[in-house]
Design a protein around this ligand. Structure first.
Ligand code: PLP
Length: 383
């Protein structure tokens, strides 16, 4: 470990400056072992018994993430959804939670189906309407206020500090899905949040070759211990090799995210003037409703996700997406390659997503290639 206090970019690049004590390697080994040897006195001096609870490959990525988020501890999960659902499964049936209408659709769906059947009282409230959130929380009964910012796929920006104040006044925790913001752009715990969640599949790993999730906590309390116990007991854990790949991906986070943000800003500005684009949704545009909050809350960029609404409706949007060749028509986000997706096709009729919306995940390609490819595809819409 580096003994000096270093900036987050250095923490990420050097993965906390870890050097293997035996080989002096700068890269850790993959630990595939599922079990660990018991001592002759019947104890476990290594502190590890079985990899479902004690995977050594988690130590370094969890420590890096804890440091980047300024938290007390982190936990890796088999996917972002496993991480998010772990927060709700650490509650008890009868508890009340407040969720936003705009959020990662599959988590919203799980909350409104499984979690509701399991006994959580799930209430959907617009988190940009602070009075509505204040009216929705029930002191003593609301246990979690969940928010995603910027929120998929309309990029709604929510005020973390204000929501933390409202949640805490009611005795609830604020949990933030910060997948799109990444620790490069926003540090929710410093703004008052209690738990940060990442789909590590996205920017943290960054190469579209791992499905993983993570939680970071601001305090190592009973709630956190319940989450950790549930992870070990329910057993949907991340593999050692995936944890190793995730650590490798996180090392370039501070190089990838700012570059992708700059390209997203350029694209948002250029697409705003395209005659076949009705609207560009991007927190970095001054006219965007959440722009001022984003300016206060986000550091050095507004994210690399944006959406456009295409003149001519769903058919025109799908046809435009069919014409690109540099952009890849794929779901997911946060990879080195840029993705385009007609979101309503994925999210279905109950989603708040307009049918003419294309979601863009901006990668690391030359921005002029991305602009040229997309404007050419849009030039022919609606048609
Ligand atoms: N949160 C956000 C903002 C996402 O975009 C996603 C996936 O797209 C998830 C959570 C779920 O993560 P995963 O696919 O890793 O389970």
């Amino acid at each position: 470990m580096t003994s000096k206090k270093t900036s987050p970019a250095t923490v990420a690049a050097q993965a906390l400056g870890w050097i293997d004590p035996v080989t002096r390697a700068v890269v850790p080994p993959v630990h595939p072992s599922s079990t660990f040897v018991r001592d002759s006195d019947n104890g476990y001096s290594s502190g590890r018994m079985y990899a479902r609870a004690d995977c050594p490959g988690y130590d370094q990525p969890e420590a890096v993430l804890t440091e980047l988020e300024g938290g007390r501890a982190a936990a890796l999960f088999a996917s972002g959804l496993a991480a998010a659902s772990a927060v709700f499964l650490a509650l008890a049936p009868g508890d009340h939670v407040v969720i936003p209408p705009v959020m990662y659709w599959a988590l919203r769906h799980w909350l409104l189906t499984f979690a509701t059947r399991w006994g959580l009282a799930v209430e959907m409230v617009d988190p940009t309407d602070l009075d509505a959130v204040r009216a929705a929380v029930i002191p003593g009964r609301t246990k979690v206020v969940w928010v995603e910012t910027p929120a998929n796929p309309l990029w709604t920006v929510s005020d973390i500090a204000a929501l933390a104040g409202i949640a805490h006044a009611a005795g609830a925790r604020l949990a933030v899905d910060s997948t799109v913001a990444t620790p490069v752009l926003t540090r929710p715990l410093a703004l008052g949040a209690d738990i940060v969640m990442h789909s590590a599949t996205k920017y943290l790993n960054g190469h579209s070759d791992v499905v993983a999730g993570a939680l970071v906590t601001g305090s190592d309390d009973d709630f956190w211990q319940r989450i950790k116990t549930n992870r070990a007991q329910m057993g949907g854990i991340l593999g050692s090799f995936e944890a190793w790949l995730l650590l490798r991906g996180m090392r370039t986070l501070f190089a990838r995210v700012p570059l992708a943000c700059r390209s997203a800003q350029t694209l948002a500005e250029r697409l705003s003037t395209h005659p076949n684009v009705l609207e560009v949704l991007y927190p970095g545009l001054p006219g965007f409703p959440g722009h001022e909050t984003a300016r206060r809350q986000m550091i050095g960029g507004f994210g690399a996700m944006l959406s456009i609404r295409v003149q001519g409706g769903a058919a025109a949007a799908i046809a435009a997406a069919a014409r690109v060749t540099v952009w890849k028509r794929a779901t997911s986000l946060g990879g080195v390659e840029s993705f385009i997706e007609h979101r309503a096709t994925i999210e279905g009729p109950t989603s708040p997503v307009p049918p003419d919306l294309l979601r863009l995940s901006v990668g690391l390609e030359a921005v002029e290639d991305l602009i040229g490819d997309l404007t050419e595809a849009l030039d022919r819409a609606p048609g």
